[in-house]
Design a protein around this ligand. Structure first.
Ligand code: COA
Length: 383
C-alpha cells in the first residue's frame, strides 16, 4: 500500500506589499531584496484574515473535490497560533461545518511542524487505510519594523489531503532527523513578532540540513543521483539556493550537478514571502504547478524549524498528477491581491496587536472572514 499526498491546495493573504517600496523607504538598493535574498513581494493579511481564514480558503477546493467522508483527523501546524489553548484547527472544523467525529489538534515547532503533521498523518492512514487526514500549514510571518527579518515577512496556508493510493505524491518511509536546542529564532508568549538572530539562523539551517541528510542516508535513504528536485523550507528563496549548494557539496563526489534541483520550486515563495510552516509545501506546489511533468521522479524535501529541528524525506510523483492540479488557482489569487504602499503597511503592522473586544473591517476576499472578538471569543463568519 502506498500512502501520501492525495491533493494539495494553497491560499495567501489579500494584500501585497512590494519590497521595492520597502527598499525605497530604507534608502537602499532593491537588489538586496530581489537578488540578495530572492524576494520581490510579501503577502499580508487584512484585518479580517488570519491563519484560520487562510486555511479555510486553502482547504475549500479539496473538500469541494473529495468531500469529507473518511476525514477523521485534522492536524493544524502553525507558529502563529490565535489562542494559547484552543487549536486553530477547531475553529477551522467549525467554519467548515465538519461532523463531530473528528480529532483535531495544533502542532508547533517554528517552521517545521507541518512535516511532523504529515508524518503523523501517514501513521494514522497506515493503521486505518480507509481514513484520510487533513494536514494544514498556515502562518502569518511577522518581524519587527526595521529589523533584519522585516523583508522576509509573508502569509500563506497550504492544505493537504493524506490518504492511501494518493494521486499526487507517494511518500517513502525513510526520514533523516536532526534536533538541537539553539536560539536562532523564537517568539516569547508576550510578543506577536518573532525575535531572530538572522545570520546565525542561516548557519543552523545548513547544519540541520547536513545532519538530517546524513541521518537519511544512514537510515537507507535514496542516493542523491536518484532525486530530481528538492523542495526546501524557504524563509527567503536565496536560502534554498544556499542549501542546495551545501547539499550538492556533501551529497556528491564534487562534480558539477547535472540538474538544477531547485528548478520550479521558488516562484510562489518569492512573491509571498516567508509563510513559516507552509513555506516548504508552497515550494512543492510551485514545482507541481510551474515545473515540467516529473511523474515517476523522486522529490526530496528538507523541512527546517528554528529552535531547531530538521527533517529530510522523499517521495515519488504519481503518474497523472498534473491532471489533479488547479492550473492558475494560486497565480490568480496572487494577482487579485490589493497593492498597498509603505504608510498603509506600517499602520497595519502597528495595529496588528489588538486587545479586548473589537470588530474587524470587511476587506478580505475569501469565503470565510474573521469578524472580531466578543467577550474574548474569536468570531468567524461565512460570506
Ligand atoms: N544587490 C545584490 N545583493 C545584495 C545587495 C545588492 N544591492 N546588497 C546585499 N546583497 C546580498 C548580500 O551580499 C547577502 O548575500 P549573501 O547571503 O549571499 O552573502 C544578501 O544580500 C543579504 O544581505 P545581508 O547584508 O546578509 O542582509 P541582512 O543581514 O540584513 O539580512 C538575513 C539577511 C537572512 C539575516 C535576514 O533577512 C533575516 O534576518 N531573515 C530572517 C531570518 C531567516 O529567515 N533565517 C533563515 C533560517 S530560518
Amino acid at each position: 500500500m502506498s500512502i501520501g499526498i492525495h491533493d494539495i491546495s494553497a491560499a495567501t493573504g489579500s494584500l501585497v506589499f512590494p519590497l521595492a517600496d520597502l527598499a525605497d523607504h530604507q534608502g537602499i538598493d532593491v537588489g538586496k531584496y530581489h537578488r540578495g535574498i530572492g524576494q520581490t513581494e510579501m503577502s499580508l493579511t487584512t484585518e479580517d484574515e488570519d491563519i484560520v481564514t487562510m486555511a479555510a480558503r486553502a482547504v475549500a477546493p479539496i473538500i469541494e473535490r473529495h468531500g469529507t467522508d473518511g476525514i477523521r483527523t485534522i492536524v493544524f501546524a502553525t507558529e502563529s497560533g490565535v489562542d494559547q489553548s484552543k487549536s486553530a484547527g477547531v475553529f477551522l472544523h467549525g467554519v467548515l461545518g465538519l461532523p463531530n467525529n473528528v480529532r483535531v489538534v495544533e502542532l508547533k515547532e517554528a517552521c517545521y511542524s507541518a512535516t511532523a503533521a504529515l508524518q503523523f498523518a501517514l501513521g494514522i492512514v497506515a493503521r486505518r487505510p480507509g481514513e484520510r487526514v487533513l494536514v494544514i500549514a498556515s502562518d502569518v510571518a511577522r518581524y519587527e519594523l526595521e529589523s533584519s527579518g522585516e523583508a522576509t515577512q509573508g502569509a500563506a496556508a497550504v492544505a493537504m489531503l493524506v490518504s492511501e493510493d494518493p494521486s499526487v505524491l507517494e511518500i517513502e518511509p525513510v526520514s533523516g532527523l536532526w534536533t538541537d536546542d539553539v536560539m536562532d529564532f523564537w517568539r516569547p508568549n508576550d510578543r506577536s513578532t518573532a525575535l531572530v538572530d538572522g545570520r546565525y539562523s542561516v548557519q543552523v539551517y545548513l547544519e540541520a540540513l547536513e545532519g538530517a541528510w546524513n541521518d537519511y542516508r544512514e537510515g537507507g535513504g535514496a542516493d542523491y543521483s536518484t532525486i530530481s528536485r528538492v523542495c526546501y523550507h524557504q524563509p527567503f528563496t536565496r536560502m534554498a539556493a544556499k542549501a542546495q549548494q551545501r547539499l550538492d557539496r556533501i551529497a556528491t563526489d564534487g562534480s558539477a550537478p547535472e540538474v538544477d534541483r531547485l528548478d520550479g520550486t521558488t516562484q510562489y515563495n518569492a512573491r509571498i514571502g516567508n509563510s513559516y510552516t507552509a513555506s516548504i509545501y508552497l515550494a512543492f506546489l510551485s514545482l507541481l504547478d510551474n515545473g515540467p511533468d516529473l511523474a515517476g521522479e523522486r522529490i526530496g524535501f528538507f523541512s527546517y524549524g528554528s529552535g531547531a529541528v530538521g527533517e529530510f524525506f522523499a517521495g515519488t510523483l504519481v503518474s497523472g498528477y498534473k491532471e489533479q492540479l488547479r492550473a492558475g488557482h494560486l497565480d490568480g489569487m496572487l494577482e487579485e491581491r490589493r497593492l498597498i504602499g509603505y504608510e498603509d503597511y506600517r499602520l497595519r503592522h502597528i495595529a496588528f496587536d489588538r486587545v479586548g473586544d473589537f470588530a474587524t473591517a470587511d476587506e478580505s476576499t475569501g469565503d470565510v472572514r474573521f469578524a472580531g472578538v466578543t467577550e474574548h471569543k474569536r468570531l468567524y463568519e461565512r460570506r
